[in-house]
Design a protein around this ligand. Structure first.
Ligand code: GAP
Length: 544
């Protein structure tokens, strides 16, 4: 960082700048305005640097958490337990406790709000988990959704490899020689019908997407959708993973949040929406081949330089990143990576992954694939019914293509938000800095003294009133400090305390989880203020 002086109309202005590498070039970026005198500038620069260092130290603290520590914390605080823990659990299956169920529901609700209710071109559906097995024959899952299971001859580590990688593969744990156990289809099977000879072999869906394709014509007709449009779905999916690992990162029972975004194939380059120009680490297929990158780049620059081929992909990548950003995630922990030629799914011509820096390294968070007309064409052929729709603009029938399939595991989003929020305070205290929008408990209400009947009554009345709108709790046990700490650990953003002045002044204190700051507010304004704080319309600093 360095200070520069600029002269304008005879006056001096000081700025703090930093050299950064952007799109392969070194550029100087202004970080802050420092005032009009050298002394003032030096002082402000010092403050800025110390603030940044503190932030970096906090970041460093946060990053120290391992995935096992996070799993232990989640169990201890009621977020997530191994499924049927009393019997020793079952690999790849997890149960969500009282706090975890709330957080998971809030993540899904925020996704639905952003991607379905927040868009005029998208509707949502809720398809069945078990459906006609022909769906999975048509989609190519029965034939192509296969993995090769391998076992390390030395450490017995089991994992899966792609057929193309089998020849050169070595153990991903110890580097030992591996032995192939052959191909397997990671779809769970079941029998539909109680009498075995009359029953049908069926699959538990391995993705939610296919139900969007099979219902495509009905949904388009019912919702009177015109191209381009999206159909979204949140729901369970099942994959018999050979090696479930890293807590809830790779599970056997998962939940997906998926959108199939349909366009006229003749209008592949026409994206009518504004692309938010987010700056992000980018790793193209080319960079991976050359063992270079990633490079920090603006999404629009990547599009202009034809690294991202389609405007629609740039749009969906930035829209997905934006969703994380709107819920408080730090973009430094995200990057976008293009699939290499060997990696792409059987249906895709171009795929980008959104990756996140998990405690165990950079891993896939979300895939954005161009599926072309593969699925609709396959179902059309298998069921013998047309999947074409009338395009009003051209007056012709078209078979729409999926230009982007933002497909996303709820468990991975859960891990991201927990990892981003987890911060330690002092020796043992954890403060979970979750965005108020997804925090499991929005507020905790305390009487300062539990023996004071008046304070208890006021606190309980507030609790009853707030409970009509949010998940809030009433807590009167232990010292107020202990109650704050308990709530900090599960991410409750606001604690409301009724004290000796509350009866006379008709007000309470409200405490901000992230810095412990407290303000007094009138009880009659509490609900409106809380609503605005949760939605982000106002910040805690805006309170007088
Ligand atoms: N419809 C496309 C599809 O299912 P995918 O890349 O196989 O594509 C999409 O899965 C997303 O689902 C992944 O990016 C990941 O977030 C999540 N996902 C897939 N398998 C998972 C697993 N075993 N455990 C947790 N999440 C998983």
């Amino acid at each position: 960082m360095f200070i520069i002086k600029k002269e304008r109309k005879g006056k001096d202005y000081y700025y703090l700048r930093q050299s950064i590498r952007e799109d392969g070039k070194v550029k100087a970026k202004t970080l802050a305005y420092l005032g009009k005198t050298k002394k003032e500038a030096e002082l402000k620069a010092k403050e800025y640097k110390s603030k940044t260092e503190n932030k970096t130290m906090e970041e460093a603290k946060r990053k120290e958490i391992t995935i096992d520590e996070l799993a232990n914390f989640c169990k201890r605080k009621g977020f997530i337990y191994p499924s049927a823990d009393i019997y020793g659990g079952l690999a790849g299956f997890w149960d969500y406790g009282p706090i975890g169920a709330e957080l998971k529901n809030n993540i899904k609700a925020q996704w639905w709000k952003h991607h379905v209710h927040g868009r005029e071109d998208t509707v949502g559906i809720d398809g069945a988990i078990i459906t006609n097995p022909k769906v999975w024959e048509a989609s190519g899952h029965v034939e192509n959704f296969t993995d090769i299971a391998v076992v390390c001859k030395k450490c017995k580590n089991k994992f899966k490899v792609d057929e193309s990688e089998l020849k050169d593969a070595i153990c991903d744990k110890c580097g030992g020689e591996i032995e192939s156990k052959g191909k397997f289809v990671p779809m769970f099977t079941t029998q539909v019908g109680p009498i075995e000879e009359d029953s049908t072999l069926a699959y538990l869906r391995p993705e939610t997407a296919q139900l969007i394709f099979t219902n495509f014509k009905l949904v388009q007709d019912n919702a009177r959708l015109k191209l381009p449009f999206g159909i979204a779905q949140i729901g369970k999916a099942f994959r018999n993973e050979i090696a479930p690992r890293n807590f809830i990162f790779r599970v056997r029972e998962l939940e997906q949040m998926e959108i199939e975004y349909f366009i006229d194939p003749n209008k592949k380059d026409e994206c009518p929406y504004e692309i938010e120009d987010i700056e992000i680490k980018l790793l193209s297929a080319d960079m991976q081949e050359k063992n270079s990158g990633p490079e920090l780049m603006k999404i629009k620059t990547a599009l202009k330089n034809k690294i991202i081929q389609l405007p629609w992909h740039a749009y969906w990548l930035s829209s997905s990143l934006n969703w994380f950003k709107s819920l408080g995630a730090n973009m430094e922990n995200f990057r976008i990576r293009q699939h290499t030629k060997n990696e792409k799914s059987h249906y895709s011509t171009d795929t980008w992954d959104l990756e996140y820096k998990f405690p165990f390294g950079w891993k896939e968070l979300q895939g954005i694939a161009d599926r072309g007309t593969y699925d609709l064409a396959a179902h059309q052929e298998k069921c013998g019914k047309s999947m074409e729709i009338m395009d009003d603009a051209s007056g012709k029938k078209v078979l729409p293509m999926v230009v982007a399939e933002p497909s996303f595991g709820v468990e991975r989003a859960f891990l991201v938000f927990m990892n981003e929020a987890y911060a330690s305070k002092g020796e043992d205290n954890v403060v979970l800095k979750l965005s108020p929008k997804i925090a499991p408990i929005k507020a905790a209400i305390f009487p300062l003294v539990k023996k004071d009947k008046t304070l208890v009554q006021i606190a309980k009345d507030i609790y009853k009133n707030l409970r009509k709108e949010w998940n809030v709790i009433y807590d009167e046990s232990g010292s107020v400090g202990r109650r704050y700490a308990r709530n900090d650990e599960v991410g409750t953003p606001f604690c409301i305390t009724v004290d000796g002045d509350s009866e006379k002044k008709k007000d309470v204190t409200i405490r901000n989880r992230d810095n412990g700051e407290q303000k007094r507010i009138k009880i009659e304004n509490l609900k409106d203020i809380l609503r605005n704080l949760i939605s982000g319309e106002i910040s805690f600093n805006d309170l007088k």
